[in-house]
Write a protein that binds this ligand. Sequence first.
Ligand SMILES: CC(C)(COP(=O)(O)OP(=O)(O)OC[C@H]1O[C@@H](n2cnc3c(N)ncnc32)[C@H](O)[C@@H]1OP(=O)(O)O)[C@@H](O)C(=O)NCCC(=O)NCCS
Length: 166
Amino acid sequence: MAARETAGLRPMLPTDGPLLAAIFRASIEELTQDDYSDDQREAWASWADDEAAFGKRLRDGLTLVAHVDGEPVGFVTLEGADKVGMLYVAPLHARQGIASLLCDALRRLAAGRGTTKLVVDASDSARDFFMVRGFVPKVRNMVPVEGEWLGNTTMELDLALLAERA
Ligand SMILES: CC(C)(COP(=O)(O)OP(=O)(O)OC[C@H]1O[C@@H](n2cnc3c(N)ncnc32)[C@H](O)[C@@H]1OP(=O)(O)O)[C@@H](O)C(=O)NCCC(=O)NCCS
């Protein structure tokens, strides 16, 4: 594996929408092949086809962008007080700690706002990532997306418990 990259974090900028949509599509296309069929991945990636709606979803939440050498390489979105709505990393930058950096920053932000837990509907491809970060599987879901059924798992992270252990 290549040496870990030094990534920075910043809030989403109004102009980031198309770049983040491209990261979203590429990560689904290349990082979820072991867990989802071509048709399922195509349906999932099509969420970004309406870039205006996709950009609005990012802006309606609290979206953090990870960047390397000034280029966005991943993002995470907190929706409402406690939901990790989206977490996507560009394939070329996978397994470099980018999602960990994003997720840990989001956890600190949420805790700072008084949130006591984080919830995510984790894709099968991201389940091990969230397990490593202390999220606990709660419910198995099958979600209809553009005529396809996609499985995911609702997982929770108890922030109070995490603070006690720190
Ligand atoms: C899941 C995802 C966000 C992880 O991003 P990442 O930047 O590669 O994750 P990190 O490098 O921070 O991984 C940290 C640790 O999590 C675990 N992990 C991450 N991805 C994993 C995978 N695909 N399989 C098993 N373990 C994984 C590993 O323990 C890893 O540490 P290591 O690389 O030292 O072994 C990324 O693979 C992705 O965008 N996937 C496709 C889209 C998706 O499913 N998003 C989640 C929607 S809920």
